[in-house]
Ligand binder design. Structure first.
Ligand SMILES: [Zn+2]
Length: 140
């Protein structure tokens, strides 16, 4: 038996066992080797060298998945949170102290402010720049 690392036309990686290399040639020629991910029968053997390209591709894919998630998070925040801009720290503290009714807010805070808030037990989360929703345009 021989095991091959295989790639379909969409670069899905999978492995399959064959009786020998001729067995692989025969089965793939007859369309019997199928990508378990997408069902494609356009299959090729994965070679050692393209593995680099493949892992790069995987990275790119992970990157775009991250971007997709970031877009979802951003959209969620925009939809459900009130933008308070520079007032974030004072607003968060006022809500925490019960001076203002609690609501979901986002905005800008300096690292010092954010740290002070979390030290005082105010639940805040920092968003990486990539995730931070752009503030709504101020109406003139
Ligand atoms: Zn596939």
């Amino acid at each position: 038996m021989i095991r091959y690392a295989l790639l379909c036309e969409d670069d899905h990686e999978f492995e399959a066992w064959f009786s020998d290399s001729a067995g692989y040639d025969d089965q793939s020629a007859r369309g019997l080797v199928e990508c378990p991910h997408c069902g494609s029968i356009t299959i090729r053997k994965a070679l050692a060298a393209p593995a680099v390209a493949t892992s790069r591709k995987r990275e790119a894919r992970a990157g775009s998945r991250m971007a997709e998630m970031a877009a979802k998070v951003t959209a969620h925040i925009r939809k459900n949170y009130d933008y308070v801009g520079e007032d974030f720290a004072s607003e968060a503290r006022a809500m925490h102290d019960g001076e203002k009714p609690a609501r979901l807010i986002y905005g800008e805070a300096s690292l010092t402010d954010a740290r002070a808030l979390s030290e005082d037990g105010v639940p805040v989360a920092a968003l990486p720049d990539a995730l931070a929703p752009t503030p709504p345009k101020k109406a003139n």
